[in-house]
Design a protein around this ligand. Structure first.
Ligand SMILES: [Zn+2]
Length: 112
């Protein structure tokens, strides 16, 4: 893994395959990381009172790992959500272009 799963960078790491997925998961992480001050719908509490990552925080970590090419239990739904967002245009155009360019470079190289 090319990043610290408990302290993931805002920007996708260099080997990130799915930059949009990273941003979706990273946004979820920002809201639910253990030291965040957001209200957690999943646990029904404010985050400073909890030490363990809540369910959405763990989901976010799996999303970021998926973005970097790992296979996790929630990888399929993460990829589906990302594709749907992309299709619906609910993403930053800059990110869409960056991801398209990344894939063009890498699919060309791997011959897929
Ligand atoms: Zn939470």
């Amino acid at each position: 893994m090319s990043f610290d799963i408990d302290n993931p960078p805002v920007e996708p790491p260099a080997d990130c395959r799915h930059r949009l997925l990273w941003r979706l998961a990273r946004t979820l992480w920002e809201t639910h990381r253990p030291d965040s001050t957001s209200f957690c719908m999943a646990t029904g509490t404010w985050h400073p009172n909890q030490r363990e990552p809540c369910q959405p925080a763990r989901l976010a970590q799996e999303g970021m790992r998926t973005a970097c090419g790992e296979s996790t239990p929630t990888s399929p739904p993460w990829l589906t959500v990302t594709r749907e967002r992309l299709a619906a245009g609910e993403i930053d155009p800059m990110d869409a272009v960056a991801e398209a360019l990344w894939h063009r470079r890498h699919t060309h190289r791997s011959g897929r």
